[in-house]
Write a protein of this length. Structure first.
Length: 196
């Protein structure tokens, strides 16, 4: 009786570890993020490199950006400026609103090409953003205060429907659905890739 009590938790742990094995084989996760440019026109530049011990059989790469209230993306022209990527914006940005009256917004950018039979997923993305008008403020000594807009590194996710081992990730952390953005996963869910 005591032995069966011990075996059940051990089997549960083995199943949990086996389901996450696909993630454990990813040995390099780099997301290099920079904000380039000056003035009101900026570029969010992202270089991504994900390397695994086993091949990614057929995967799609997705970025989740959080655009702060002090910036916006021109939804009418964004997809004509992106190379090998497509942007998905749930609600259009109100480009006329000044900082302080706008809200933060999520933007998803999907890599257009499917990564097939490769040990490495590499991508370069340049996402154009615009800085909103900021009302003038004065510091304590009467000198103008500079506007500050902070961008954070985007979240990176993979969708690998034909990588059967990836379908066993139901017990692992880091799953996400983007159905509200019309970016449905072809596998049961997108898997977040946290940089090492």
């Amino acid at each position: 009786m005591k032995l069966s009590w011990l075996i059940l938790p051990i089997l549960s742990i083995l199943v949990l570890v086996d389901g996450c094995d696909w993630l454990m084989k990813i040995k390099e996760k780099k997301v290099d993020f920079k904000v380039l440019g000056a003035g009101q026109h900026r570029v969010l530049a992202v270089k991504t490199r994900i390397v695994s011990e086993q091949r990614f059989l057929e995967c799609r790469l997705l970025y989740e950006f959080e655009i702060p209230d002090g910036a916006y993306i021109d939804g009418d022209s964004i997809n004509s400026t992106l190379i090998n990527h497509k942007a998905y914006i749930k609600d259009p940005f109100d480009v006329e609103v000044m900082q302080g009256h706008a809200k933060r917004q999520k933007v998803l950018v999907l890599h257009s090409n499917i990564i097939r039979r490769s040990f490495a997923v590499e991508d370069n993305l340049e996402l154009p953003v615009r800085i909103r008008y900021h009302p003038a403020k004065e510091a304590a000594l009467g000198t103008p205060q500079k506007a500050k807009v902070v961008f954070v590194t985007p979240t990176v996710a993979l969708d690998c429907p034909n990588d059967y081992e990836s379908l066993g990730l139901a017990k692992c952390v880091g799953k996400r659905s983007y159905n509200s953005f019309s970016v449905q996963s072809q596998a049961p869910y997108w898997v977040l890739i946290e940089p090492l």
